[in-house]
Write a protein that binds this ligand. Sequence first.
Ligand SMILES: [Zn+2]
Length: 229
Amino acid sequence: MESPTIPICKRCNDRGYFVYEDEDACKFLKECECQLQAKIEWQMKKSGLFDEFERCDLKKFKTTEVWQAKMKDIAERFSKEPVNRFLFMSGQVGCGKTMLSTGVFKELLKKGYTGKYVLWRQTLMKLKMLVNDETYFDELDKLRTVDVLYIDDFLKGGKEPTEADVKVAYDIINSRYLKHGGITILSTEYMLEAITDIDEAIGSRIAEKSKGAMIQISSDKNRNMRFKE
Ligand SMILES: [Zn+2]
């Protein structure tokens, strides 16, 4: 005899919905909370960063230096309330920007936002191949419409960005800038001033939208890191 399967969700018996009765005894179907949880888990699994989420937790970020505490504070505040919608994290490899960016991304996915993680170099290559194609804007639209877009190693491509690279960067940043409610996380080795030197329109949009959520870690000759607002 087959043993009956025990439902994981006792509220809806894994149907995904249950009958809800309001004060006027009106009955209607309501989506069960377990569905939101399932969506969140699915989002996290397909984000491409699932294996990183365990390690990259905001709570686990160590703050032995003052600038690390400042970084963490900005990241935590942004994950709770992304006021101006852009989080800008600039610094050298090893300063902790990737850990915090990933941690913020995870916290936002846990709230139920849809999210997309992209590595700049790969996305740039893909879009540059399509730039004269009519599908270019369809591809761009995928980056525009997602609730949270996390771009890792923004503008990094081995050499200085070319004119074609800058065009793609502008199209992405501008579409995120215009998208009402969309959140963007940028992790980069470029300081904002350097980005503005490359392209003023990109730099000014990032500056405007990352007010209060800008982290810039510069390293001096002795490889000490410093926080810059
Ligand atoms: Zn349920």
